[in-house]
Write a protein that binds this ligand. Structure first.
Ligand code: PLP
Length: 529
C-alpha cells in the first residue's frame, strides 16, 4: 500500500468507523454467533497475492461485525465499561504510525517524557498525595492492564521484603534466609478482590489468602478482619508481604476501609519488614476526577502503590492502565537488568527515566498520547460532567429497581453508577414464614429445633431467589437486546447493571428496566406452573 492508497483507504476506514459509532444503537449489543463461526467464513490460509483494501474492508461488516459485542452501545450494561472516544482513537492512530517502543528514554524521548508529565497531571487530578509525584521519590507509569500492574508491584513488594528482612546478612546466610522466607510468603487480598491478585500470587509462586468480608461491613476489608487474618498468618508461620485493597470491587463496587487498614498496618507498629499495600481502583478510580470523591484518597500516603484504568470509564480506549508508586526505586531495583546492548550514556547519567525498569515487558507503546488527547479535548470539567452524569443515571436506575419491591431487591448500596440486585420469586408461592415472632420465648430445646427450621426455610428461599435471578439474567442475555452481568456474592446470585459510555442515556436504562420487569414476570409465571 503506497501513500495515496493509504490516504484513500484511511478515509474510507474512518468514514466506516464514524458510521459504526453513529448507528451503534441500532445494532444488537450481544453477538449471537456460535463458537467457531469465523473459521467457516475464512479461507484455510492467507492469499498468495495481495488483495485490494476495498475487498479487505468489506469483510469487516460481513465477517467481523457479526462476532462483535458492542461495548460502546447504549445497551451495553455488563462488566465495567470500556470506553473508546474519538480523541483517543486519534491517539492510537498516531501511536500506530510512530510505533516507537521506547523502553529506554533514548529510544524516543517524547514517549517517555509525555508519559511522565501526563501521569503527574493525573496524579494531581485524582488527588493522590504528593508522595506519588515524579518530582519526589514516586512516579507513574502506563501498563497494559490492572492485572499487569498488580503482578509488577507484587514483584517489587517481594524484593523489598527480602531486602529489608536480610539487611544485615550477605552471602550464603542471606541466600538461606531468602530461601526460607520464600517458602512462607503469602499475598493478601479479600474475598471481594479481583481475581488478578490471586493470579499475580500464582505467577509469583507464592501463597494467596483472602481476608473475609461481611455484608454487615458492606463487603469491605475492615481493620478487625485484617487483624484476624494477620493473626492467622502468624499462627501458620506465614510471611504476609503484600496486600491489595480495593476502591470499587468488581461485584459491588465496595470500598475497603482505608483508614482502619492504615491504622492496623501503621509503619511504626508493624513488625519490620512491612507489608506492601496496593490500591486497586481499576474501574472506580475514574471517579476521583470529581472533588466529591477526593476524601477517599486521604489515607493513600500510607500505601505503596495505586492503579486505575483510564481505559475503563475515562474515555481512553484499551489499553491504558495507570500505575503510581510511592518509591520508584522499589520498582527499578526489583526489575532492572541491564545487558550491554541496553546501556547508553543517558541511562548511565541517571538523569532520564527508562520505563523498561518499571514494567514486565521491554518494549512499550506510545499510550500517553491518547490520554493527552482525551484530557485536552474534554478538559477537566468535561471529564467531571461525564462521570457525574453516569453516577446520576446509576441512581435513576437504582430508584427504578426500588420502585418494584415485589420483583427486585437491592443487594448492595448503589456505587459508582453500579446497581446490584436480586430477583424475587413469585410472592404467591411463598410459604408462611416460620416463627415470624422470634424464638426468644421458647425453651432451649424448642429454640434449637426452631432455629433449624428457620435456617432451612431461609436456605430454601435463597435457592428460589438464586434460581429465578439466574434464569432472568440468562434469558435477557440470550435475547441480546441488552447486555448485563451476573455475579455471586456470599452465595447470593445477583444481577449487575452499570451503564457508562458516551452513548448512555436515560431512555436506554428505562428500556433495560422494562425488559427486566417483563422477563421477571414471565419467569415468575413459568415457575408457578
Ligand atoms: N481490578 C478490578 C477491581 C477490576 O474490576 C478489574 C476488571 O474489571 C481488574 C482489576 C482487572 O482489570 P484488567 O482487565 O485491566 O486487568
Amino acid at each position: 500500500m503506497d501513500s495515496s492508497e493509504f490516504r484513500k483507504a484511511a478515509h474510507s476506514a474512518i468514514d466506516e468507523i464514524i458510521d459504526y459509532h453513529d448507528t451503534i444503537h441500532g445494532r444488537k449489543v450481544v453477538s449471537t454467533v456460535s463458537p467457531g463461526y469465523l473459521r467457516k467464513l475464512l479461507p484455510s490460509g492467507p492469499p498468495e497475492e495481495g488483495e485490494k483494501w476495498n475487498d479487505i474492508q468489506k469483510d469487516i461488516e460481513s465477517k467481523i461485525m457479526p462476532g462483535l459485542t458492542h461495548w460502546q452501545s447504549p445497551d451495553f450494561m455488563a462488566f465495567f465499561p470500556s470506553n473508546a472516544s474519538y480523541p483517543s482513537i486519534l491517539g492510537e492512530l498516531y501511536s500506530a504510525a510512530f510505533t516507537a517502543p521506547a523502553f529506554n528514554w533514548l529510544c524516543s524521548p517524547a514517549v517517555t517524557e509525555l508519559e511522565t508529565v501526563i501521569l503527574d497531571w493525573l496524579s494531581r487530578l485524582f488527588n493522590l498525595p504528593p508522595c506519588f509525584y515524579s518530582d519526589g521519590e514516586g512516579g507513574g507509569v502506563i501498563q497494559g492492564s490492572a492485572s499487569e500492574a498488580i503482578v509488577t508491584v507484587m514483584v517489587a513488594a517481594r524484593e523489598r521484603y527480602f531486602k529489608r528482612a536480610c539487611e544485615d546478612l550477605d552471602g550464603e546466610a542471606r541466600e538461606a534466609k531468602i530461601s526460607s522466607l520464600r517458602s512462607r510468603l503469602v499475598a493478601l487480598g479479600s474475598d471481594q478482590s479481583h481475581s488478578s491478585t490471586q493470579k499475580a500470587a500464582l505467577i509469583l509462586g507464592v501463597r494467596y489468602k483472602a481476608i473475609p468480608t461481611t455484608m454487615e461491613d458492606n463487603l469491605s476489608i475492615s481493620g478487625e478482619h485484617l487483624i484476624q487474618t494477620l493473626g492467622e498468618c502468624e499462627r501458620e508461620g506465614l510471611e504476609p508481604f503484600y496486600l491489595t485493597v480495593t476502591l470499587g470491587t468488581t461485584s459491588t463496587c465496595a470500598v475497603d476501609y482505608f483508614q482502619e487498614i492504615q491504622q492496623v498496618l501503621r509503619r511504626d507498629l508493624q513488625p519490620a519488614p512491612e507489608i506492601w499495600i496496593h490500591v486497586d481502583a481499576a474501574y472506580a478510580g475514574a471517579a476521583l476526577v470529581c472533588e466529591e470523591y477526593h476524601h477517599l484518597t486521604k489515607s493513600f500516603d500510607a500505601f505503596d502503590s495505586f492503579e486505575m484504568n483510564m481505559h475503563k470509564w475515562l474515555l481512553v480506549n484499551f489499553d491504558a492502565g495507570c500505575l503510581w508508586v510511592k518509591n520508584r526505586n522499589d520498582l527499578t531495583s526489583a526489575l532492572s537488568i541491564t545487558p550491554s546492548y541496553l546501556r547508553n550514556d543517558f541511562s548511565d547519567s541517571g538523569l532520564v527515566t527508562d520505563y523498561r525498569d518499571w514494567q514486565i515487558p521491554l518494549g512499550r507503546r506510545f499510550r500517553s498520547l491518547k490520554i493527552w488527547f482525551v484530557l485536552r479535548s474534554y478538559g477537566v470539567s468535561g471529564l467531571k460532567s461525564y462521570i457525574r452524569n453516569h453516577i446520576r443515571l446509576g441512581m435513576v436506575f437504582h430508584d427504578m429497581v426500588l420502585s418494584q419491591p415485589d420483583l427486585f431487591e437491592i443487594l448492595a448500596p448503589p456505587a459508582f453508577a453500579l446497581t446490584v440486585f436480586t430477583v424475587k420469586p413469585a410472592t404467591e408461592q411463598e410459604t408462611e414464614i416460620p416463627f415470624e415472632n422470634g424464638v426468644s420465648h421458647l425453651g432451649a430445646e424448642e429454640r434449637k429445633v426452631a432455629t433449624g427450621i428457620i435456617l432451612e426455610y431461609e436456605n430454601r428461599q435463597l435457592q428460589r431467589a438464586n434460581a429465578i435471578t439466574k434464569r432472568v439474567y440468562e434469558a435477557i442475555n440470550a435475547a441480546g437486546e441488552i447486555f448485563l452481568t451476573g455475579c455471586v456474592v456470599k452465595g447470593v446470585y445477583a444481577i449487575r447493571v452499570v451503564s457508562g459510555n458516551e452513548n448512555t442515556d436515560e431512555q436506554y436504562l428505562r428500556k433495560a428496566f422494562d425488559i427486566l420487569v417483563r422477563t421477571t414476570l414471565e419467569m415468575q409465571s413459568k415457575t408457578e406452573v
